[in-house]
Every structure is written in structure tokens, then in C-alpha cells.
Design a protein around this ligand. Structure first.
Ligand code: ZN
Ligand code: ZN
Length: 364
């Protein structure tokens, strides 16, 4: 990558949308998902629309964001709407076109759809879900760099966690200190509420940090994610407080090997369901199949959870440039839980694991 400027690939992204529009025979596309709008334009505000039609790119926002849009958004015709965005959009699309206007049917409210339909009498509106979500699955070099940066925050977060977690520590207080480290490292915030789940709470796959005191002999599941420059990261480690029991060590080993098998299975052309099966099969064989109730992983990018899903029902096929998590777990109700989660970038012939904290069972 050396020598290449670190700039977002907006042109390639917009070209990609253009090809999809041609494929689906759309005359225009109305983009309403704010993350998709950031992806196409670089706009980091919270309220905007993008309208793409043959050779024209409109960016619409309200007066609060006029200055910001002027600074962030290049290559678009910027329109500031006063009251009703949909009236402005309807005005821009008023020219009759034989081709239908696509809209993000997976992201528009029923009410907004009704207004759009009313504002555009005679126009053919066509649901066009997932066009940009699909492009977003493959990260360009600019995005991979942002994701690496976001993962870098977690290195510091886990170092801190390993110093904080000891008998007597309170889950929530530890989570707060980790959040402070995130901010120190330049993150704008958390990708999600930090999970610190000790002892029996570890059997809750989403056990947010509570007021529970951590005790000797417990395992602690720590799942944290940072949001930095708009990009998310996601990593889980399970620590032992004091010496782990034979059963804790055994379960940890099963999860660790299951995860390694899934990571080994990652390469372009492989079905996401096959990567899931690699982890799930190992856990089943060890006799813990019914204690692993969630998918093996998910894509990460502008959203903490995005495509492709790595699960038994996923119909996705891995492609170079995808960034996914691999996070099998075993949850024994009332007893303890173990999850190990890493992020991997799909490369030409396999994958690169981006997260760096040791995967060995660390006793604190
Ligand atoms: Zn996670
Ligand atoms: Zn995750």
C-alpha cells in the first residue's frame, strides 16, 4: 500500500452503485440509510439523503448541516432543504423517466414511503434493498486502515482489562475504566456497551457489565468494541481469576480449538456457513453443541454488525476484502461461559487475523 494516498474510494463505491442500478434497471436511487450516505459521500452528520440518477448526484441535508456538508461532501450537488426533504426530492425527480426509482426498502419508514409515493405521482417506485450493504461487505484499503486503527484501541483496552480484573473488582467499574482508555486512544466511543460477565453471568452471551463483584475461581467474559473514525472493532477474551478448574480449562480448550478451525477455514470462495460449521462441528463433537446458540460471526465496518453473517443459515460466500468476526462460545447456564472472538480480514489465499491479544487462557 506504500505510496498510495490514504483516501476513501468514493469513486469506486459510486461506480459500484451505478453498476448495480444498471443491473436492476433503475433510473434513480434514493439513499436514506445514514451509514450508506457516509460510505458514499464521507458525510458524518446524522440527517441527509442522497439521490443518484443518470450522471447526477444530489446530496440533501437540512440547514443545521449546511457548513459540515460543504466541508465533507465532494462531487455532489448539495441541496439544503428547509422543511420537507421529501418535497425537495420529489422536485428533483419530477422529470418523467421510463425507469423506476429505487429506494432502500430496508431502511425507509412506512410513512416516508407514503409521502414519497404521494409526492411523485406517476413515478414507478421500486424496492431496492441491500445494494450498498452488499458493496460495504468488501472493504477498500482506506477502510481496512480505519478498521486496523479501531482494533488498535482494543489492544490497549485488553491490556487495561488484564490489570483491572481481579478478585473484588466490580464489573461496571472496570468497564468504565476501559471506556476511558478508548477515549484516550482517540476513539469517539464504544461500538456497544462493554460486556464484562463474570462467573455464572458469563453464561449470558450478552451480559453487560453489572454491579457484580468478581471472585476468585471465576471465568470472566470480556467483549469490547471501539468506534474510531466511523469504523467499529469487536473482540472477546475470557480470563480466569486465579487458577482455572479442570472443567473451565477443558471448555476453554474446546472453544479455542473451534475458533482456530473456523479461522483456518476462511478463504475467498468458501461459504460462510462452512466457516460456521467448522467451529460448530468441533463444539458438537466435544459434547457441547446445545450450549453454543448463536452464529459464529458477522461482518464489521461502519456498523458493528453488518454483512456477511457467519451462521448455519447464511448464504454468503466469502470474498477478499471482507472483515468478519469469528466468535464461538460455550455457555453453561448457572455455571460459567467462554467466548473467544477475533476479527479477520479475508485475503487472497486465506485471512489475516487483525486482533492481537493472546488467545491462551490467561489467569489474573
Ligand atoms: Zn463482540
Ligand atoms: Zn461480535
Amino acid at each position: 500500500m506504500r505510496g498510495k494516498p490514504d483516501v476513501p474510494g468514493y469513486k469506486a463505491r459510486l461506480d459500484g452503485v451505478g453498476s448495480k442500478m444498471d443491473e436492476k434497471k433503475l433510473g434513480a436511487l434514493l439513499v436514506t440509510d445514514i451509514k450508506n450516505i457516509r460510505y458514499l459521500s464521507g458525510f458524518t452528520g446524522s440527517s441527509a439523503y442522497i439521490l443518484l440518477s443518470k450522471g447526477k448526484r444530489w446530496f440533501l441535508t437540512d440547514p443545521r448541516y449546511a457548513t459540515q456538508a460543504g466541508e465533507e461532501v465532494k462531487g455532489f450537488n448539495i441541496k439544503i432543504y428547509k422543511k420537507k426533504a421529501l418535497d425537495t426530492i420529489a422536485g428533483l425527480m419530477a422529470a418523467p423517466s421510463a425507469r423506476p426509482i429505487g429506494f432502500e426498502s430496508d431502511n425507509i419508514s412506512f410513512d416516508a414511503y407514503g409521502k414519497l409515493k404521494k409526492g411523485l405521482p406517476g413515478a414507478k417506485l421500486k424496492p431496492a434493498p441491500g445494494i450498498i450493504a452488499d458493496l460495504r461487505k468488501r472493504k477498500d484499503p482506506f477502510e481496512v486502515r480505519r478498521i486496523r486503527d479501531s482494533v488498535g484501541v482494543l489492544d490497549a483496552g485488553f491490556e487495561k482489562a488484564m490489570r483491572l480484573l481481579k478478585p473484588g473488582a466490580i464489573e461496571r467499574e472496570a468497564a468504565l475504566e476501559i471506556e476511558f482508555v478508548f477515549k484516550e486512544k482517540g476513539a469517539e466511543g464504544l461500538a456497544f456497551d462493554t460486556i464484562i460477565a463474570s462467573g455464572p453471568r458469563g453464561a449470558l452471551p450478552h451480559g453487560k457489565a453489572s454491579s457484580k463483584k468478581i471472585k476468585k475461581g471465576e471465568l470472566v467474559v470480556v467483549d469490547m468494541g471501539a468506534l474510531k473514525d466511523g469504523y467499529n472493532s469487536d473482540e472477546t477474551r475470557t480470563f480466569s481469576i486465579g487458577r482455572p478448574s479442570t472443567e473451565q480449562r477443558k471448555v476453554y480448550g474446546v472453544v479455542k480449538d473451534a475458533q482456530a478451525k473456523a479461522i483456518d477455514a476462511i478463504r475467498p470462495g468458501v461459504k460462510a456457513s462452512a466457516v460456521d460449521a467448522a467451529a460448530r462441528g468441533h463444539i458438537k463433537k466435544a459434547g457441547y453443541g446445545k450450549f453454543f446458540g448463536h452464529g459464529t460471526g458477522h461482518g464489521v465496518g461502519l456498523e458493528i454488525h453488518e454483512g456477511p453473517a457467519i451462521s448455519p443459515l447464511s448464504r454468503e460466500v466469502l470474498e477478499e476484502g471482507m472483515v468478519i468476526t469469528i466468535e464461538p462460545g460455550i455457555y453453561l447456564p448457572g455455571s460459567f461461559g467462554v467466548r473467544i472472538e477475533d476479527m479477520a480480514l479475508v485475503t487472497r489465499d486465506g485471512c489475516e487475523v487483525l486482533t492481537r491479544t493472546s488467545r491462551e487462557l490467561v489467569s489474573l
